[in-house]
Design a binder for this molecule. Structure first.
Ligand code: AMP
Length: 252
């Protein structure tokens, strides 16, 4: 019998649980074999208590057994756009999004939402043409889950991209690759709400994962993720894919 895979996820908040109004501090997920679960749980607990956004007083770890067949998709290609400051970075992000086909009002809305956002656990879904928000998840947003790098593919990728093999970039590429793989995704815009981390990215199937070196100033806790969706979106199936479909990132 084939050995089972599990999804292990962590979410941490300050001021109580997310569902009772606590402020989101940290979240992460892995796919794991049974014998890896204890190690991953320890790593996730460590992460929950060492985030620069604050001191977690609520941590939830959940583990679920997955179906045996898991979709495998390639990682987006990585490139970097070097800019001098946040103004140039946001201008550049806007130009790239426009080139992908996101409208000016949608770009403006996306940038404004990220500038104001500081407490989302998941992504905000915006219509790429009208700029209207299409999900009804409020401050929770839509959390992409059940994705991880295939171990061998990650080792190879890390060798080829040794300047970029931080867990932050690896996890962001896994997430962005899963998001871009959906036919309903036009593009993604992200900068972290971690006040120490100012590099963000724009991602899409066309342009890959494009890092932009400044998207905010050090010390600024705004940030989050915007998924610009196309007009054919089937919202229920899109959210089901993002939240529930297990995906490996790696070469087939
Ligand atoms: P991070 O890249 O971990 O600094 O996260 C920055 C922001 O992206 C978070 O505050 C959330 O709004 C959003 N985010 C983080 N993880 C996810 C996820 N798995 N799915 C959707 N959005 C996420």
């Amino acid at each position: 019998m084939e050995e089972a895979w599990y999804s292990i996820r962590m979410r941490a908040a300050e001021g109580g649980a997310h569902e009772t109004g606590g402020r989101h501090i940290s979240g992460a997920e892995r796919l794991a074999r049974r014998e890896q679960l204890e190690t991953y749980a320890a790593e996730l607990i460590q992460r929950a208590f060492s985030h620069s956004r604050g001191e977690s007083d609520f941590v939830n770890i959940s583990i679920e057994k997955l179906p045996s067949s898991i979709l495998k998709i390639p990682p987006l290609a990585l490139s970097t756009e070097s800019v001098q400051d946040e103004a140039e970075g946001r201008e550049k992000a806007g130009q790239i999004l426009k080139q992908i086909g996101v409208s000016d009002p949608a770009i403006g809305k996306g940038l404004a939402l990220l500038q104001a956002a500081a407490n989302y656990r998941g992504a905000i879904l915006i219509h790429g043409e009208t700029g209207e928000r299409v999900d009804d998840r409020g401050i929770r947003g839509v959390r992409v889950s059940r994705m991880d790098w295939d171990h061998d593919s990650y080792s190879k990728w890390a060798e080829e991209h040794h300047h970029f093999c931080s867990s932050r970039i690896a996890e962001a590429i896994a997430l962005a690759s899963k998001v871009s793989h959906s036919p309903f995704t036009l593009a993604e815009l992200c900068w972290s709400d971690d006040p120490d981390y100012i590099t963000g990215y724009v991602a899409s199937p066309q342009i890959g994962y494009k890092r932009i070196t400044h998207l905010k100033k050090v010390g600024n806790s705004s940030g989050g993720r915007i998924f610009f969706v196309n007009k054919d979106i089937d919202l229920d199936s899109y959210i089901r894919y993002l939240e529930l479909e297990p995906v490996w990132i790696g070469k087939k």
